[in-house]
Design a protein around this ligand. Structure first.
Ligand SMILES: Nc1ncnc2c1ncn2[C@@H]1O[C@H](COP(=O)(O)OP(=O)(O)OP(=O)(O)O)[C@@H](O)[C@H]1O
Length: 596
């Protein structure tokens, strides 16, 4: 056996024992051979860190060669660099540069490198100040590269994957192989193939050993079957940070249609708690301060990003919680009377849609921007049941018959007792249950359903605001999630941005509502208040007269007048036309000065 091979074996053995090999070179040895191998290995191993150096070396060699052979090519190269930089800036996301800052950086590097190369091609690499520019520019541009968090994470993961054969051997899973790995915000995940006869149970039994071998914190490693459910595969999830350690800022809407599942926030293993709300009723429960309103904000942020949903809302706490979203809410009820009227109209819509479907030989309402779903969000459902008991039959109808026609309820309440939920079937009809922290163990069954506490759904142990358990047809095991948190500014910005894409109610529903309004009033029902519109007009005039210089926002005017959005806009347009009011900014109005 050659001396070099002997040394390599010795080094491997030492590495297996956790020791760093030491190279001993005596005079007779083939020093250049061993040293060259070590240097090449280091150059390969640290290729990511050394990439800026490699790029600079390639530019020098390329520039020198091109200057000697084709100096007249420089304009082409400048053109190619410009084209490449533009492509990276405009559509680099398709190549994995998901953040704008990454695309800008890639474009600057492409332009800088291409520009330098074309100058070196025309003038030669030693032409002053080209060497200085290369060295200075290279170092400056290398700093963001070295500092980039995701790149460093990727390198670390690559090295762990490369070391997998040794890790696998030390934890007793020799023969398993990594097939692919991806890095994300919280850590990384990789798919592995098992050796013959090994099972996922063997891997699960070795999780503590794996955590130790990978050098992670306890609880950082999760093992799942792969999507194709092959018995000789598994997916490894390794967390660098605990996703639930701190409040998690909302990354923006995860959907653009109600036909897609909404991401409420990450589970403990950092996978998204995604739930479909299409043709489903939802119940959100939890004690005061447990994060229900935060959860509703996440839902509102997503629903208002869907062009195929009309949102109605009931907030009997005087609109405190839902008011910031008013510009995205088609109709907001803040008094028991308004809530009752709204729910009655929702039943009218439901029936109109059901008739339309039957007449067209269809079974379900498939939401589109022209024929949107209608989602009614009720904050503090218990107050509705108490203050507007006459609305109970309507909520009951919606709960029982609303799914097929995409008229659904999302109710939030602290304790959904039968009394709080009204007498009817509402609670039992809720398909999606989100439980934030509850005070008593027995409340688990109230929110999530009978028998859930004993099945391990321990919502009473959730230990921070925003943490929840999610029960839905696609979520049948208890997993802790943490809802994203929207700051007040995010809510304001999002509501403003998404107000412009809100769809109106469809023709079918509007027609049903119109018919119901013009239909003869049954003797038993009180006649509608004829003074409502006049009253709203007076309230609107008074509000505009007293408006500050910067005007009052539409959301505020909607709330105080209780007019529907189209009616309010029509009134405001009339006022502006007759010179009674002026539009001060985007969606802000006040009385015109000469009226006062
Ligand atoms: N997802 C979250 N992540 C981190 N902190 C949160 C989250 N949600 C809520 N919180 C914190 O908890 C506090 C109470 O939350 P929230 O108002 O949503 O609770 P609630 O259950 O709606 O209470 P109430 O019933 O009194 O309205 C918030 O002020 C916020 O600081």
């Amino acid at each position: 056996m050659s001396r070099t091979r002997q040394m390599r074996r010795h080094a491997q053995k030492m590495r297996r024992n956790g020791l760093q090999p030491m190279v001993i070179i005596d005079r007779d040895d083939q020093f250049p051979d061993v040293a060259a191998v070590l240097v090449m290995r280091a150059l390969w191993r640290y290729r990511s860190e050394l990439a800026p150096g490699y790029l600079m070396a390639a530019l020098v060699l390329g520039g020198a060669g091109l200057h000697l052979t084709h100096p007249e090519w420089w304009p082409w190269m400048l053109g190619a660099a410009t084209a490449l930089a533009s492509a990276l800036a405009l559509s680099g996301d398709r190549g994995g540069l998901s953040l704008r800052i990454e695309r800008v950086y890639a474009a600057i590097v492409a332009m800088g490198a291409g520009g330098w190369l074309s100058a070196a091609t025309a003038l030669g690499v030693m032409f002053q100040p080209l060497p200085l520019m290369l060295a200075g520019g290279g170092v400056v541009l290398a700093v963001p590269w070295w500092a980039h968090r995701r790149r460093r994470a990727k390198v670390r993961v690559d090295r762990q994957i490369a070391a997998w054969p040794e890790i696998a051997q030390s934890v007793g899973l020799s023969g398993s192989r990594a097939q692919s790995a991806v890095v994300d915000v919280w850590g990384w995940r990789a798919r592995f193939a098992l050796a013959r006869g090994q099972t996922i149970q063997d891997v699960i039994g070795r999780i503590p050993a794996l955590e130790s071998a990978l050098g992670t914190f306890r609880g950082a490693v999760r093992v799942y079957p792969t999507r194709d459910d092959k018995a000789n595969r598994f997916e490894l999830r390794v967390l660098d940070t605990d996703p639930h350690a701190d409040a998690i800022p909302w990354p923006g809407p995860s959907v653009s249609s109600i036909t897609e599942p909404i991401d409420l926030g990450p589970f403990e293993d950092a996978t998204g708690a995604r739930v479909l709300l299409l043709r489903r009723h939802g119940l959100i429960g939890g004690v005061a301060g447990s994060g229900k309103s935060g959860g509703i904000n996440v839902l509102m942020g997503n629903l208002s990003a869907c062009r195929d949903v009309v949102i109605w809302a009931i907030d009997l706490k005087r609109g405190m919680e839902l008011m910031p979203w008013a510009s995205c809410i088609d109709r907001l009820a803040t008094t028991p009377e308004q809530a009752h009227a709204m729910l009655r109209d929702a039943v009218t819509v439901l029936e109109g849609r059901a008739e339309y479907l039957a007449a067209n030989g269809r079974r379900v309402w498939d939401p589109t921007p022209e024929f949107p779903a209608l989602v009614i969000i009720v904050d503090e459902y218990a107050e509705l049941a108490e203050d507007a008991p006459e609305a109970a039959s309507d909520t009951d109808s919606i709960a029982r018959r609303g799914r097929a026609v995409a008229v659904t309820l999302i109710a939030a309440t602290q304790r959904p007792t039968q009394k709080a939920m009204g007498k009817g079937a509402v609670r039992s009809q809720m398909d999606v249950r989100i439980s934030f922290r509850v005070r008593e163990r027995k409340d688990v069954d109230l929110i999530l359903g009978q028998g859930m506490l004993s099945a391990g759904w321990h919502a009473h142990t959730l230990d921070a605001p925003g943490k929840f358990l999610l029960s839905a047809p696609e979520h049948d095991t208890p997993r802790r999630g943490r809802a994203y948190l929207l700051t007040d500014d995010t809510v304001t910005e999002t509501a403003e941005r998404q107000a412009s894409i809100r769809p109106p109610l469809d023709e079918v529903s509007l027609h049903a509502l119109d018919e119901a309004r013009t239909a003869p009033v049954p003797a038993s029902t009180a006649p509608p208040d004829p003074s409502h519109e006049d009253h709203a007009e007076t309230v609107l005039r008074d509000a505009l007269d007293g408006a500050p210089d910067e005007g009052l926002p539409i959301a505020h005017l909607l709330l105080i007048t209780n007019l529907s959005r189209p009616t309010l806009y029509r009134r405001l347009a009339e006022f502006v036309k007759t010179g009674r009011a002026v539009q001060v900014g985007r969606g802000r109005y006040k009385a015109s000065d000469h009226v006062q």
